[in-house]
Design a protein around this ligand. Structure first.
Ligand code: IMP
Ligand code: MG
Length: 191
């Protein structure tokens, strides 16, 4: 099944994820690490990243939802909570995409209440032009993208297309379609 135009191919994803994993491995050398997966969108990123991190690593899962259609509802609903608190742990939160920033802000605030030793954020994609929440610092970032709706590699459109192995763009208008073509080319040259 194919949909949209490929913005980031499998090879580029794998290469960048290796770099992120190497950076995390280096920063937490000699320490235990807890990786928190934000379901469902982070599933493949989390699976691939975690297997490239060479540390004593534990995995935790949380599920939230804030999206309806192509826009954030502004409220973050917790559908599955952590089963163990993050107290005194070195934590890296693994998110698929930071858009308005609402979801990650609510999550980081929730995790902070558990007093982790360190709390870092790793995101595969960032759409800074859509940000409505200030002060989100992404410690480990895969790719910055322009304002396109993306699917695949875990990301969905109304629960569809998560299993596409690449990051693809769905054009929302004729104009969007043109800028997607340009951005696909630019990203190809950059990575
Ligand atoms: P935020 O709260 O607006 O930052 O939205 C973050 C969440 O919305 C992400 O974790 C995704 O699950 C979803 N999301 C945001 N942008 C996209 C997109 O382009 N494609 C698919 N899901 C998205
Ligand atoms: Mg998500």
């Amino acid at each position: 099944m194919e949909k949209g135009k490929t913005l980031i191919d499998e090879q580029t994803l794998a290469a960048r994820i290796n770099e992120l994993a190497a950076a995390i491995t280096k920063d937490f050398e000699g320490e235990e690490l807890t990786l928190v997966c934000i379901l469902k969108g982070s599933i493949y990123f989390f699976a691939d990243l975690s297997r490239k991190i060479d540390l004593d690593t534990r995995l935790e899962f949380i599920r939230v939802s804030s999206y309806e259609g192509h826009d954030s509802t502004g409220t973050v609903e917790f559908k599955l909570k952590l089963d163990k608190p993050l107290t005194n742990k070195n934590v890296v939160v693994v998110e698929d995409i930071i858009d308005s920033g609402t979801t990650i802000k609510a999550l980081l605030e929730y995790f902070e209440t558990q007093n982790p030793k360190q709390l870092k954020l790793c995101a595969l994609l960032d759409k800074p032009s859509r940000r409505t929440v200030e002060g989100i610092n992404i410690d480990y970032l895969g790719f910055t993208i322009n304002n396109h709706y993306v699917i695949g590699y875990g990301l969905d459109d109304d629960e569809k297309y998560r299993t596409i192995p690449t990051i693809n763009c769905i054009p929302l208008s004729e104009e969007d379609s043109k800028s997607i073509e340009e951005d696909c080319l630019k990203l190809k040259m950059k990575y």
